[in-house]
Design a protein around this ligand. Structure first.
Ligand code: ATP
Ligand code: MG
Length: 223
């Protein structure tokens, strides 16, 4: 029996308009993500990595081609359907952290669970311990270092127990010790059954992923 892809991209392209210019950010990408995958996405700056992550995370829609999540075509889903998918199935760590500046660390992490109706203070505390921030629960984002904000964003992405985690340079602001710690957390999550996709420039982290997708100038090339 062939396993069903969690996310499947078929001939996906994405163009942006910039004034009178059209930017071909992704060109004809076909790719499947299967349960238990742990994929590194690599490529030069501007090659289309964030664009690809946004499409896989249903934060954006393709200009052409099809995207299927759990066999369902994203283009045919309502906004409400996509929002539900994002909240319950997909965790997302953004390249910029997007923390709420007026909420403390614990509140930022627990925030997404408000929308799913689960009481998750305990889970938020547990996740913050996992990322090494138990000593920072009541700090505001403005009182944290870049690496600490990154770790809050990672804890927040996990609060609703997603089956897929999409992380756009999750270790970009971390020193090697903290980057290694985040990778260990990701490996543990992967062993527990989570599917992970991570954009990274860190060659050591790439080596520890199970597969590598290389993007150059909007196209997938042999890694
Ligand atoms: N909203 C937008 N409007 C116009 N052009 C955009 C937009 N977002 C991205 N682009 C362009 O699309 C291309 C791909 O951008 P993308 O952010 O996906 O690259 P990236 O691989 O994530 O780069 P980096 O490693 O610097 O994060 C770039 O040329 C970028 O300038
Ligand atoms: Mg990017």
């Amino acid at each position: 029996m062939s396993e069903e892809a969690i996310i499947r991209l078929e001939h996906v392209c994405r163009q942006y308009r910039r004034g009178s210019e059209t930017v071909h950010a992704l060109k004809d990408i076909s790719f499947s993500l299967f349960p238990g995958d742990f994929v590194a996405v690599v490529g030069p700056s501007g090659s289309g990595k964030t664009t690809l992550m946004n499409l896989m995370g249903c934060l954006d829609r393709p200009s052409g081609g099809r995207i299927l999540v759990h066999g369902r075509e994203v283009q045919e889903e309502s906004e409400a359907g996509l929002t539900r998918l994002r909240r319950t199935v997909i965790g997302f760590v953004f390249q910029q952290f997007f923390l709420i500046p007026t909420l403390n660390v614990l509140e930022n992490v627990a925030l997404p669970s408000l929308f799913t109706g689960k009481k998750q203070r305990e889970r938020a505390l547990n996740l913050l311990e996992k990322v090494g921030l138990s000593q920072r629960l009541y700090h505001l984002p403005g009182q944290l270092s870049g690496g600490e904000m990154q770790r809050v964003a990672i804890a927040r992405s996990l609060i609703n127990g997603p089956s897929i985690l999409l992380a756009d340079e999750p270790t970009g602001n971390l020193d090697s010790r903290n980057a290694e710690r985040i990778l260990e957390l990701f490996e543990r999550l992967n062993e527990e059954g989570m599917t992970l996709v991570m954009v990274t420039h860190n060659a050591d982290l790439v080596k520890q992923c199970k597969a590598v997708v290389r993007i150059e100038d909007g196209a997938m090339v042999q890694a």
